[in-house]
Design a binder for this molecule. Structure first.
Ligand code: SAM
Ligand code: SF4
Length: 329
């Protein structure tokens, strides 16, 4: 089969799958504090439905998977899904994005099922600020999760969301922590995907400002040569040879022109972009007896309709109707 190429010539081989929209913490830039509306259980795809979808996507050229959410570790027996997906011929890479709160207890089981790469979401090493951001007091559990991952031998990265006038004191300590523990910190510019519409450009801590802070306090950074242009993070190595940091600068340096990502939400909607307004209802196709060829055609059609990019920096930008936790970050 021909690969999933859109009208801008971008080939899509990277699928992000949300396994649940539920979460056990409440980061303010993602979820409201109370009254979150979750999908009813019967709307959420079963592991068998996800596996079938992935097999079809692999037949269209998908090679990389990332499991996300909501908080994916809330999905019971996630290791069973990891095992199923890992067994699909053609999958070359699988990773998980998690807030880490429940990771320590599941770390070994997931590793044994074939998961070896995780991104743990942690914005600060300060317990009080962690609580301020997430509205939960789970900092200690996240740290236990990171320790367990390192002990077992996972490749660990940390995702830190960069909100201006809030996390400036955390940028340098996180970079130091990463250097000391062999973890790449990936700073993610705050994006307009929060449930309460609080985003504005003035609240984004920009990659260039974070680079300046790190260079001032720790040392010179050098852009790593020959990076995969399709990866969202731009990576920099410390000139002293100890460690690296990455920046996902969706706002100040949009990387849409190299995008290779497609998404499946927990309730079975296919999205060609994190910021897409429209989506394709795959759940109905999975449940109404449609053959694989019809589902493959629906994926292909959606990719054909993919827009050039999110346009955050223009007047035309419209935030997607779903917030981050409901899309799958
Ligand atoms: N619960 C898991 C977690 O927090 O990692 C997985 C889902 S979460 C939606 C995926 C990632 O989205 C998080 O790691 C966080 O860094 C990022 N994120 C959430 N809201 C964001 C926002 N408004 N802007 C930028 N990144 C955001
Ligand atoms: Fe939950 Fe992740 Fe959203 Fe935070 S960013 S509320 S951990 S889904």
């Amino acid at each position: 089969m021909t690969p999933l190429v859109d009208t801008f010539g971008r080939t899509h081989d990277n699928l992000r799958i949300s396994v649940t929209d539920r979460c056990n913490i409440r980061c303010f830039y993602c979820m409201p504090e109370e009254g979150v509306k979750f999908e009813p259980k019967e709307h959420v795809l079963t592991f068998e439905e996800i596996e079938r979808f992935v097999r079809i996507a692999v037949s269209l050229g998908v090679r990389k998977l990332r499991l996300t959410g909501g908080e994916p570790l809330l999905r019971r027996d996630l290791s069973a899904l990891v095992r199923k997906l890992n067994a699909i011929e053609g999958i070359e890479d699988m990773a998980l994005t998690t807030n880490g709160v429940l990771f320590a207890a599941q770390a070994q089981e997931l590793y044994d099922a074939g998961l070896h790469r995780i991104n743990v979401h942690l914005d600060t090493l300060d317990r009080a600020r962690f609580q301020q951001i997430t509205r939960r007091d789970d900092f200690g559990r996240v740290m236990e999760g990171i320790e367990a991952a390192l002990r077992i031998g996972y490749n660990v990265k940390i995702n830190a969301v960069a909100v201006k006038n809030l996390v400036e004191p955390d940028i340098v300590p996180l970079a130091r922590f990463g250097r000391e523990n062999g973890i790449e910190i990936r700073y993610i510019e705050f994006m307009p995907l929060d449930a309460q519409g609080i985003w504005d450009k003035g609240k984004v801590l920009l990659a260039d400002d974070m680079i300046a802070m790190i260079e001032r306090e720790i040392g010179k950074l050098r852009a790593i040569p020959d990076q995969d242009p399709r990866a969202p993070a731009t990576e920099y190595a410390f000139e002293d040879g100890i460690g690296s940091v990455g920046f996902i600068a969706s706002v100040s340096r949009p990387f849409c022109l190299n995008c290779n990502r497609i998404r499946l939400t927990a309730d079975g909607k296919f999205r060609y972009c994190l910021f897409a307004i429209e989506e394709t209802d795959i759940r109905t196709l999975l449940r109404n007896g449609s053959p694989d060829s019809v589902i493959a055609a629906a994926i292909r059609q959606s990719v054909r309709e993919k827009w050039i990019g999110h346009q955050i920096n223009t007047q035309q930008f419209v935030p997607p109707p779903r917030p981050m936790y409901s899309i799958g970050g």
